[in-house]
Design a protein around this ligand. Structure first.
Ligand code: SAH
Length: 204
């Protein structure tokens, strides 16, 4: 899988190492284990999916960009099965990951327990509010896309920090958006089209 990611253009050694260290088969249903290292998203229950390895690697590479690894505190919105949180744990000093579906939050807790990652904090909460207790963040990454970026995410991004998230950029079009916070404000770039599950408010 790592070899394929490199062929697809992922070049950051830190990201390739993190992808190599994180065993994706531990995060999917036993019936799907034989597909765990294919470049495809897979169902994780509750109508949600584990992101494609290529997309996880691409977003991590955007987060790392010119920063030195490990990044400081990172906020993830959408824990899902916990796979991306485990990848991020190889790249950051602390990972705060928010999930709005209790059943998935609990599943991620079970999946991550065996890996013993004390610097990964799983929180059952609506990620639209961010997580002020851990702010400011060196990086914020969302695994679900809405019509706009919640203000709380921008507020909780450190100066010098970077946010990467899917967002609706036109009717029926979702793209990756990168926001950098500088001393003088925010700069925003819109990158390639993507397909993420919707960002929803409230918890269930
Ligand atoms: N990073 C995950 C991807 C899971 S899919 C993985 O590696 O498996 C995206 C997740 O975002 C879903 O579990 C969905 O429930 C969650 N989500 C959507 N809106 C959310 C919100 N407002 N707050 C927290 N999580 C949210």
């Amino acid at each position: 899988m790592v070899h394929k990611l490199a062929q697809q253009g992922v070049s950051s050694p830190e990201v390739l190492r993190a992808m190599g260290l994180t065993q994706r088969h531990l995060f999917v249903d036993s019936a799907l284990v034989n597909q765990a290292y294919e470049d495809t998203s897979l169902p994780i229950g509750f109508g949600q999916t584990i992101s494609k390895p290529n997309v996880v690697a691409r977003m991590c590479e955007l987060l790392v960009h010119e920063s030195s690894v490990p990044l400081g505190r990172v906020l993830e919105i959408g824990t899902g099965c916990g796979y991306q949180a485990a990848v991020l744990s190889c790249l950051a000093t602390e990972v705060y990951s928010l999930e709005r579906i209790r059943g998935l939050h609990e599943r991620a807790r079970v999946n991550l327990r065996a890996l013993r990652l004390p610097h990964v904090h799983l929180i059952f909460a609506d990620g639209m509010q961010g997580y002020a207790a851990g702010a400011p963040y060196a990086a914020i990454i969302a695994a679900a896309g809405g019509e706009a970026l919640p203000q709380a995410w921008l507020d909780q991004l450190a100066v010098g920090g970077r946010l990467v998230a899917p967002m609706q950029t036109g009717p029926g079009v979702q793209a990756l958006v990168v926001v950098d916070r500088t001393a003088s404000g925010f700069t925003r770039s819109i990158l390639e089209p993507v397909m993420f599950v919707p960002l929803k408010s409230g918890v269930v």
